[in-house]
Write a protein that binds this ligand. Structure first.
Ligand SMILES: Nc1ncnc2c1ncn2[C@@H]1O[C@H](COP(=O)(O)OP(=O)(O)OP(=O)(O)O)[C@@H](O)[C@H]1O
Ligand SMILES: [Mg+2]
Length: 430
């Protein structure tokens, strides 16, 4: 890494102190001007001016809010600037990074920072633990901004983003649309993390008890509450997805031959859809098309790929590969969960076709890499580093970005039963 002068430099008193207190100084100077001219405008003048100012603030709540927001932002700005000084985080000219804007986060606050010459994002990121200790907060993170290397986003986190459990928003919803972003969980900054499932497939992996089936419930719930979505459910354990069988076109338990038949049926649906798309001169199934999305959900994928007769499991693997690779434009989505998707369990040629990956806690960085892809653990994104007491936390890798740590919402058995019944009613069931 490049050597950057982070620990020495002079303090530009003017820019730090005066700029940081600009609003307060402006208000004080205005009051002094009023006082200075009090003789000209009479002894009651200042009182009248102040009363008028108070009246304006009273009748214009938006001005009041603006003033309060400015004062809050100034206070935060001074707080962050102070920490930069205490940690001697300065550029080549001795200037500290400047806070341009800030905005609240559910568990802290984020700041748009412009870096002085000689300082760059990675160097600032390396000082995050020191900044967090100086500020007395849980964590400080730096995110590079694609627009310009001169700016970074600094997230200061002071509350726990991952509580014991997160309530599922599905419980408040009467119906959903799978064409809209699907809420998958809450990220490290407390903000919601969503994915767009159409035209994607999702693979979930992780050690036993890490929260794969609960994550699947969230996805199946969002699918079930959209009456236009068809569901095919395969569950090697039977009990995890059984509650949703009420709303599924097909539910298969621990029977490999039945699972092969279900995939054959789905492959026929896919071929029919492509024939219809050809006939109607369309390239893919869209939101307003009558076909609707068809979601294949598989829990305990390894059961179907490793169990039963060799001939059946090879047939299963081939059908799955076909659905994952050709299903996109036909509106067929595959979501699968497995404990360890290593090549001896899930063939690499199937695993690599899943564009979205969710790695719940794993026992080793190698296991994490088998889910997210080679090299992520080395870059600091390893699901083995997740606290084992935190269930439902995992790294989501979506569409070529960097993995994002999130916690999925929790659905109890009663919640699942309630949602399944609600979905059944939405679909016209009696
Ligand atoms: N998002 C979550 N929030 C809170 N608790 C969770 C969450 N996800 C899972 N848990 C807890 O962890 C337990 C195990 O979760 P789950 O059954 O989903 O694990 P799994 O990864 O599917 O395990 P297995 O591989 O054995 O099937 C749940 O019963 C629940 O107590
Ligand atoms: Mg499970």
């Amino acid at each position: 890494m490049r050597n950057v002068p982070l620990s020495s430099g002079r303090r530009p008193w003017g820019s730090l102190l005066l700029w940081g207190w600009r609003l307060e100084i402006a208000l004080t100077v205005s009051s002094l001007i009023v006082l200075a001219f009090s003789e000209e405008i009479g002894s009651g003048g200042p009182a009248i001016v102040l009363a008028l100012a108070a009246l304006v603030l009273k009748v214009r709540p938006e001005l009041r809010k603006d003033l309060a927001r400015h004062m809050l932002e100034n206070r935060h700005e001074r707080w962050i600037h102070g920490a930069f000084w205490h940690c001697a985080i300065v550029g080549r000219n001795g200037d500290v990074p400047r806070v341009n804007r800030s905005a609240p986060l559910p568990v802290g606050r984020r700041y748009l920072i412009s870096l002085p010459p000689g300082l760059y994002g990675e160097a600032l990121a390396n000082r995050c633990p020191e900044l967090a200790a100086t500020l007395g907060v849980r964590e400080v993170r730096v995110k590079a901004l694609p627009q310009s290397a001169r700016y970074v986003e600094l997230a200061v986190i002071w509350s726990n983003p991952f509580p014991q459990s997160i309530a599922s928003p599905l419980l408040r919803q009467r119906h959903t649309s799978l064409w809209q972003p699907l809420f998958l969980g809450v990220g490290q900054d407390g903000l919601p993390v969503s994915i767009g499932l159409p035209e994607h497939n999702l693979l979930i992996g992780g050690e036993p008890g890490s929260g794969k089936s609960v994550a699947l419930s969230t996805i199946v719930g969002a699918c079930a509450l959209d009456p236009s979505v068809h569901l095919t459910l395969l569950d090697g354990k039977q009990v995890e997805l059984a509650a949703w069988s009420l709303v599924a076109d097909e539910f298969v338990g621990s029977d490999l031959d039945e699972a092969v038949q279900a995939l054959e049926g789905l492959r026929d649906v896919m071929d029919e859809r492509y024939a219809t798309l050809m006939a109607t001169r369309r390239r893919k199934v869209g939101e307003s098309d009558p076909e609707g999305l068809h979601v294949l959900v598989i829990d305990e994928l390894a059961f179907y790929l490793r169990g039963g007769k060799k001939e059946s499991r090879e047939r299963f693997a081939e059908l799955l590969r076909d659905l994952v690779s050709r299903g996109r434009a036909a509106g067929i989505i595959v979501v699968a969960a497995t404990q360890k998707p290593s090549h001896d369990i899930v063939p690499t040629w199937i695993r690599d076709l899943f564009s979205f990956r969710l790695a719940m806690r794993c026992t080793s960085s190698d296991a994490s890499d088998t889910i997210l892809g080679q090299g992520w653990a080395h870059q600091g994104y390893s699901a083995a580093s997740i606290d084992p007491t935190l269930r439902g936390v995992g790294y989501l890798l979506a569409e070529g970005g960097t993995p994002v740590l999130l916690m999925t919402p929790y659905l109890s058995d009663d919640d699942v039963d309630e949602l399944a019944l609600r979905s059944f009613e939405q679909r016209g069931g009696v």
